[in-house]
Design a protein around this ligand. Structure first.
Ligand code: GLU
Length: 378
């Protein structure tokens, strides 16, 4: 299908805005630019779009308000800045969207909220309710309580996960660049803007090399990877310059701007929502190493039985997510799933037939270590 038609059919959008834009390159909350976006979003809502905003900028607004000129490096300082700056963001968004009769709603998430099935389902229900109420959910990572272990890392990734959570049609990543170039435009004056590509095409990752700015966490590479992730829920991505006049309205009209990364033509892109949630975990609690028979069974869409597991790593509990590796190639994760037994029980079940589980453990929860409904094979 043609790109403009694909985009015109997209009604539920996640719009991710980066720190450099939101804060006018570190000067502070950019009322003027955000007002431009809000005006356009109000028109999109009128034409039956649903909009979720993922906004960075808390840390930058925080250190700017404290009169500092550069991003701190220590975690407690960053967390304090995020706490201060998030007030600025919430206040600013509420005020600006209010001018257009729109109500905003703040959601702060950690990766733990996303990885816990109940909290994830609660977040999803809240988000969908907010959309039903025609409000604008504004999401950021809850930086104040996030440590490295529980972090999404960057808001491009968070944008893609939010797109999965609410089954968005389109992820719009607004940045201070025009989109993805085939080589670094700062070094190569002949670099060309990539206008259309398939999300997940590995060539995009080589084009997107290069560091992020000093203000934000991501760079072009995190945007390309976010598009690849978003495509798993058939969400298309557009990376565009947030300072372009009427950028959002022009995108909605299917005009040629930025880089469009289509979610079509990718066979991986039709995971059901539970499998997407499994894929969205950025960390696993343990690892299982399996034999060739079990590997074949997984490829045939069967469950993982204890008899095929030769060793394990990690202190996981029942229900946690584990990565699965072939013992013959132990560096490459081939599947992941939610395990039915904790690590010490699983250890005792290694290489054992399922009909011995009750005898070995004194009870049986399930005959398989991981049921196929709780497995994603790559
Ligand atoms: N959550 C961070 C903030 O609001 C931004 C992370 C990022 O730049 O991706 O300041």
């Amino acid at each position: 299908m043609q790109k403009n038609l694909q985009i015109q059919q997209c009604k539920r959008w996640v719009i991710k805005v980066g720190s450099a834009l939101v804060t006018d390159n570190g000067k502070g909350f950019d009322f003027e630019l955000i007002n431009q976006w809000a005006k356009q979003i109000a028109k999109l809502i009128e034409s039956n779009h649903e909009i979720i905003l993922v906004s960075s900028g808390a840390i930058v607004c925080g250190f700017q308000r404290l009169g500092k000129t550069s991003r701190p490096t220590l975690l407690p300082e960053l967390q304090a800045c995020a706490a201060i700056g998030q007030m600025r963001l919430a206040n600013g968004y509420e005020q600006i969207f209010g001018k257009y009769g729109l109500i905003t709603a703040q959601i702060l998430l950690t990766h733990e909220d996303h990885a816990d099935r109940t909290r994830y389902l609660n977040t999803r229900a809240t988000l969908l309710e907010l959309l039903k109420l025609k409000t604008i959910p504004i999401i950021n990572e809850n930086d104040t309580v996030s440590t490295d272990e529980i972090k999404f890392g960057d808001n491009d990734t968070l944008g893609a996960l939010v797109a999965h959570t609410c089954a968005a049609d389109l992820l719009v990543i607004l940045t201070d660049q025009n989109g993805l170039y085939d080589s670094d435009p700062r070094k190569n004056p002949d670099a060309k803007l990539v206008q259309n590509a398939i999300a997940g095409d590995p060539v995009l990752e080589t084009m997107a090399g290069g560091a992020a700015s000093t203000l934000s966490k991501g760079g072009m590479i995190t945007k390309i990877l976010a598009a690849k992730r978003a495509a798993q829920s058939r969400t298309h991505t557009i990376i565009a310059n947030g300072k372009e006049p009427d950028v959002l309205l022009r995108i909605a009209d299917g005009k040629n701007l930025g880089t469009f990364l289509s979610a079509e033509s990718n066979p991986q892109n039709s995971q059901n929502s539970k499998k997407l949630w499994i894929l969205d975990h950025l960390q696993v609690a343990g690892k299982l190493f399996i034999d060739e028979g079990a590997k074949k069974a997984l490829q045939e869409n069967k469950s993982l039985l204890p008899i095929g597991v030769v060793r394990l790593q990690g202190n996981f509990v029942r229900g946690e997510l584990v990565g699965i590796y072939a013992e013959s190639d132990p560096e490459k994760e081939i599947a992941r799933g939610l395990i039915n037994y904790n690590h010490s029980q699983s250890q005792r079940l290694l290489k054992q037939p399922s009909n011995k589980i009750a005898e070995i453990l004194g009870f049986i929860q399930e005959p398989e270590l991981i049921n196929r409904d709780n497995l994603v094979v790559f």
